[in-house]
Design a protein around this ligand. Sequence first.
Ligand SMILES: [Zn+2]
Ligand SMILES: [Zn+2]
Length: 442
Amino acid sequence: MCDINSDNVNVETEMVYKTKILPGSLCMKCKTQKPTAIVRVNDSLCRSCLLTYTTHKFRSTLGKSKLVKANDRVLLVASGSQSSTALLHLVKEALGEGAHKRLRFSPGVVFIDESVTLQSKTECELGIQDIKKLVDDMGYPFHCVPIYQNFHSADTDADGVNEINKSSFSQAFAQLSTLTATVHFLSVIRMSVIVATARKHCYTKVMIGDTASDLSVTLLCNILQGNGNAIPFEIGVADKRYSDIVIIRPLREFSSKEVALYNRLNHLRFTVVPNILTKKASNSCIQRQTEQFVNSLQAGFPSTVNTIFRTGDKLCLDQEFTFSPCLLCQRPKDRIEELDTGLNCKKIETEVEQDKRNDVIEQQHKEMEVKEKMESLSGEEENLQIDRLSLSDVKSKLCYGCNITLKEMGEKYELLPQFILKTIQQMKNRARMKNEIKDFLL
Ligand SMILES: [Zn+2]
Ligand SMILES: [Zn+2]
């Protein structure tokens, strides 16, 4: 039963807004030290207890999922943000000699250089130097990869950093008509480059420093942009959309405030590397507007991020859900579309079976031709290669969100990364080949 009265409302209001440490109060954990900061809604902790609390949070997120095993090669994604700086430090501490229950994986660090998307590159280059120095001091391998790597050349084994790739990427980038589409496009390409780097250097896990605050914004953005079915992949502790690489988010239980406190208490210096959203107005795109909305609510109501995040956590895919991924972002394509396609397939199958029953003689005649047809198939393969892709071929292989981005590119699908177009071309060739011989199959 609800018993809301004026007294209760006052108590609640007081709790929500109590952000200052009261004079003479003690750390709520050890009850001996003077508190340094307030975490969650109203828990004041001393420096030592706060560091124990954050380290425990990091270790328990990794421990619960049991994703990282001894000797795994793990690629840490550095971006220069507060959260990526905290991630590097937490990993370093967890792997250190004196760490309690020391972790034993082999880390490397990747930084995706997006300076090609910016007008002024100097600040970005300085930021990269700072990050490189930080990683070198830690003694971890550092991979600085431009976002246009292998954009045009589908051969991922080669270096992939050349003028052709750069100009192909710049051409596609210049076509994007809105900042919302640009941010989406960059996030998709960034992830594909991170995964390609992991594969190239034999890493099997990738760690990203997304906090609960970041993920709350991601969650709302996905809903706003019609990508609701991607939420379990986007905010879960382990993202298994790629068959060979697992994306892990060990900071997903941290708020951005906790990350900032962790960095401050450890005297960590972080370098802000400018990106496409730097100095952009809050109403310039959906992602920025959502961030502003969540942050302004969080400032007045400290449970906002937690409420959004926990609600999103309850959204999950059922176990039997198998999906064909979008070739650009690897997230599931629209399920309704798949079911629709499935129904059409069944209809076609029934018609084919009926034909077989009604036209036995013709079928036998065709069977005699199978051998000849199969023999000539290799010769036809050359013709299949030049069977050019159409816009509808590409659109049918992308999810709703990526289709919107393609539309914002003026539907110039030929500007998409070459490895995607190559895969779609192969799929088309295979489908055509199957169609050619379907009448001859028993
Ligand atoms: Zn304490
Ligand atoms: Zn997609």
